[in-house]
Write a protein that binds this ligand. Structure first.
Ligand SMILES: [Zn+2]
Length: 242
């Protein structure tokens, strides 16, 4: 039943026109948007529209959620799945947005974003826009959290999302494990991948996804195997596009 309602909501969202005002927001706030052209732009806009119209948006901490907030956050989500039309963040139902970083009651750390397995992504809007304004630093909070959601599509935050072919799992596991161990061993040297990716396999996938979209050429040159498995998964080749 859930699946049917979900299908119907997505179908009706797909039939809605893309609001021209959203394009102005994209031009102003989403640096990778102008480079998307032709059928790629069409797929991106469709993915963005369906995401924006089918997820529940919840304001927290005094946040006001307007079209700009929805479009910018949806852009990060759509970037990951625009070439994977069957991936629409099925388990994700709501996006909670704080104006800035926040803390958990009783928690000891400040948080900029998190993905929870029961279908919620929480984001600081400050961190989201900061991540987008610096497109080449390999750090993008919203993209990172949406990569976690893709990872957990099979119910587990383990660094392996649902792959299209059974034969893709063996090379995926081989490359991801080798690259994860390589990052863990590397001490205090600046690389393409953020050190945070050494935390565990789930963080490694999210951090590698940030580098894939933000530093595609460096990733391809210095981690060609990692680049190749992510290129196959995302069905995108950003190193050739830029
Ligand atoms: Zn993470």
């Amino acid at each position: 039943m859930f699946g049917l309602i979900d299908w119907w909501r997505r179908r009706s969202a797909r039939g809605r026109a893309f609001d021209p005002a959203w394009r102005a927001i994209l031009e102003a706030h989403v640096p990778f948007y102008p480079a998307l052209t032709g059928p790629v732009r069409e797929r991106f806009e469709t993915a963005l529209k369906v995401f924006l119209l089918t997820k529940h948006w919840i304001a927290a901490g005094g946040m006001v959620i307007d079209d700009e907030v929805k479009v910018v956050i949806s852009a990060a989500a759509a970037r990951l799945v625009m070439n994977r039309p069957r991936d629409h963040y099925q388990r994700l139902t709501e996006i909670v947005v704080y104006p800035s970083h926040y803390v958990h009651p009783g928690g000891d750390g400040i948080i900029f974003g998190e993905a929870q397995s029961w279908g919620t992504v929480v984001l600081s809007y400050d961190a989201t826009t900061h991540g987008m304004k610096n497109p080449g630093d390999g750090h993008d909070t919203a993209l990172h959290e949406f990569a976690h959601v893709l990872d957990a599509a099979d119910g587990k935050f383990d660094g392996t999302p649902v792959l299209d072919h059974l034969t893709s799992y063996a090379p995926w596991t081989r490359v991801m494990s080798a690259e994860f161990l390589r990052l863990r061993k590397k001490v205090a040297r600046r690389g393409v991948l953020r050190r945070y990716g050494a935390t565990n396999e789930a963080e490694f996938f999210a951090v590698a996804s940030e580098a894939f979209f933000e530093k595609p050429r460096q990733l391809r040159d210095r981690h060609p195997d990692l680049y190749a498995v992510l290129r196959d998964y995302y069905a995108s080749d950003p190193a050739s596009d830029v």
